[in-house]
Design a protein around this ligand. Sequence first.
Ligand code: ARG
Length: 461
Amino acid sequence: MTNKMWGGRFKEGPSAIMAEINASIDFDRRLYTQDIMASKAHAAMLAKQGIITKADAKKIRVGLDHINVEIATGTFKFSKALEDIHLNIESRLKELIGDAAGRLHTARSRNDQVATDMRLYVRDCVDALDGALQDLQLALAQKADAHAATLMPGFTHLQSAQPVTFGHHMLAYVEMIGRDRSRFADARKRMNENPLGAAALAGTSYAIDRHMTAEELGFDGPTRNSMDSVSARDYVLEVLSACVISSIHLSRLAEEIVIWCSAQFRFVKLSDKFTTGSSIMPQKRNPDAAELVRAKPGRILGAFTSLAMVLKGLPLTYSKDMQEDKELTFDALDNFALAIAAMAGLVRDMEPQSKTLLTAANADYSTATDLADWLVQALKMPFREAHHVTGKIVALAEKKSCTLSELLLEDMQAIHSGITKVVFKRLTVEASVASRSSFGGTAPSNVRREARRWLRASKGK
Ligand code: ARG
């Protein structure tokens, strides 16, 4: 049987394999809300412009609303022979309202239709992702506020470097996610133009009003070139690239959580809610959620790369290649959303172990820089020389297997006679973080102020 929606010039139906490779209904059915919304806007516009009658437009609207309910409640019968969501809906509309259904496709094509649906869908996802990322920032900022003065080692090269606070570490991620959100907002601004009315590729001879459908669908205005309208998918690439970058941020935190949970660190504890057991080792508690978040950038970048390859070298305008954008995009957006939700759960769940963190913060001569800074500030030593003197003191402590504050004053004075006992006040980890009150520094007062500033601002939004 030939396709009843476009089979006029065909004698035979497609081969089974043709139908199989062509059909997208199994995955593009999730565009139904957007498809119906865009069709309603299109029909209303056609009626206003006198291209179809008001009576037909009303039938179309009522029929589409009915279909919306059918799909939402699972009673709609999808047909693979009807290829995609657009033809499935239009065909059902014909069953419901008769000939008026055939007027809906005036002055439009599936090319501008799918371009519109996809923009609306991706835009909806971007809005949902922004809300989810904001919630993650909230979880991080709350942890930061609660642990503004909880000491921990700060690392460079994964070696203890200088003491910081747990709250400061959390706020670092609040910043990253803030930039991620602004990348999404940026992409949203650029993509928010209406391709509907570009028709197949060249525009249309009907006196349509693309500004009206743009407004109806929440777009800032119509796209300006009909050929670009039906072939542009760079907005999907842009959103996916924002997902990739943000998922990389999440994976860094996920990796830290995995490390922090390990027996060798024990910096944080996760509850039963966010860990799993091993089927063979009864003692185990594995941070699977964090590991999965750590893994997600792989498939998200995979989606970006695949779509980039689909689009590379594709001639203008629409080609069926573009149908391949959907599964990739849906999978990436679903998985990224899941990763954000899991990370927000992990952050809320994790309990920093202050005692272990403090011990670790004290280890490895973490206040050596403070000693050097004291030599500069109290003895007016050039920093390079102070660095050298401190190095010698650290070597001595290492030899004596003690911390810097456990060294005797005489030991230090043997290395530099100018050193006085005041220096010991600078060598505690508490004094170290408290002294780092420069803008953006780890001093607990800074961290508390930043966390609260952020929490206030997020309430205002
Ligand atoms: N299912 C198609 C897609 O997702 C819709 C557009 C089809 N257009 C066409 N001329 N066959 O890309």
